[in-house]
Design a protein around this ligand. Sequence first.
Ligand code: ATP
Length: 294
Amino acid sequence: MIQLFLPLNFLGFVYREIRRALTDLENMLGLFKRKPLISDTADAQLLQLTQGEISFNQVSFNYQQQRPILQQLSFTIPAGSKVAIVGASGAGKSTIARLLYRFYNLNSGNITIDGQDISQVTLDSLRRSIAIVPQDTVLFNSSIRDNIRYGRPDASEADIDHAISLAYLTDFITSLPQGDATLVGERGLKVSGGEKQRIAIARAILKRSPILIFDEATSALDSSSEQAILKAMREVARNHTSLVIAHRLSTITDADNIIVLKHGQLAEQGSHDSLLAAGGEYARMWQLQQKQQN
Ligand code: ATP
């Protein structure tokens, strides 16, 4: 039996590795179809991450000529803190995340992590340092567990179990007859938006990157799902420098700093309480969202 099991097990491993490589390739092609190719400079250095402080210094950027998206934007995210970016649709919030991950080069200014200009470090070392929880996560056709493992393919089984628990996925998984072996993706179980985002959080936990970008889903989730995500996010953010792109202000009232973007410029920044007291753009957005909820 063992004689049969070992080769079959090996074949299974090869199959999984090929499928993983194909998924990576698909993701990369998808990425490059939409995004210009960015590459390392000839003398790119490895990013030396010590604390995890992020700084945008006079950053200007546009996707197309004559349509500025970010203009002279400066802000700092101190190491280990949680900063939220808010603003109207199209203000440039997700663009900030894309620039930090270096999907594009800047027109002017620079972005530094622990004092190192991200355009001068290797893309690989930059992207290994940042975990992203996107608005809409792609699940591939495999088990829930494999989808989580994707965050760090060489993670131990115990690490995966820990990520599942921190991402508040345990109850969901144990409610399924086949548990974490349940197939998801296009041909598998339909997973809700909230569950998908928690799978992405588990992946991010597993990746163990010191910097976390969380792009909040635009579509409203039911409140129990949203609460589970918020709890999971707080758990992850504990040991990270985190940047949250928020659509619902109620989810970021605990942020150390909230940056309000307006037409690609910094309109105001501060804590939830100080921004409410200031009675400016944030206070108006807050009142509007409170009215919409009632
Ligand atoms: P939302 O809250 O709706 O997600 P946002 O504040 O995150 O919006 P961004 O996605 O950063 O906004 O987009 C800022 C502006 O840049 C928008 O006007 C958008 O149309 C434009 N834009 C975004 N991506 C591209 C692109 N790949 N090419 C050209 N323009 C783009």
